[in-house]
Design a protein around this ligand. Sequence first.
Ligand SMILES: [Zn+2]
Length: 326
Amino acid sequence: MVTDTTHAVMATDANTTGNLPLATSQRSSRCAPHRAHTRRQAGSDAGTTGQTDGYPHLRQAVADLPDAPGVYLFHGQPGDLPLYIGKSIHLRSRVLAHLRAPDEARMLQQTRRIEHIRTAGELGALLLESALIKQQQPLYNRKLRRNRQLCAWQVVPGSPLRLQLAAAQTVNFATTPQLYGLFASRHAATEALQALADRHGLCLSVLGLEKGVPGKACFRHMVKRCAGACCGQTSRAAHDARTLAALTDMQLVCWPFAGAVALLEVCPLDPQFVQYHVVRNWCYLGSAPNLAQARQLDAVAAGFDADGYKIVCKPILHQQTPIIEL
Ligand SMILES: [Zn+2]
């Protein structure tokens, strides 16, 4: 079976889903789908058919998926927002895994059409998936769905050490130093700090998480979980130093460039297919097939993006991918 025609149709559809928070003129370059010219092996159809038995209406759509990196979208009724958006470096295998999952039967019965957008590799797939989920809020995506009330612990300058909760809405997480997180809520931030205190013998009253009587041992000191900064058994300076050391692992990294950068990703299956993923202040601005179009994406305004931070922090800090400053 020849799939080139189908791909052309898919590619057209893909453009319509690319309306990320961008100026209209930039949409096509932002997530320009790659028109894969993969011809499937005749033998692979048999396996696909077997696994789509419960969903005959999806058989052709699954057969048309390439076994390559990208993002897939399960669409329900025309005009509705997608039911589910996912990513994989093996699109077809991943979608087949959905068909085998009994608890996903309801979603798949509602699915009328499966769309895919090729990316050069995993990084592009992660970034595009995260951006599309945030933008389109599919019914069945649990993670990444809402704009969470992101917060982090911030060290207040001066001594002795004092921590306060900083919210991403008011503090620029990409450029503010001495932030530790990220947390999806104040509750999560407090729980994390309590867990840290338990592991390192820190005092909750000294940290400001509970009220204490000055100079008097706290309850947790009596049960040997606080080393006694509250009652002078250990000095405040030692307590503060231990707190900072304990927090180190969760310190947020300030954006290490003057402006935007492009992360170059080359498709391992097809070295001709390259993408420049544009990121500024840890926020994904889009992907482009060349540097000229990548520079146009840099014009987009963007704040801090926690998902972008999580996705590109490691590739940038460990220089796992070529980085071009724009
Ligand atoms: Zn204490």
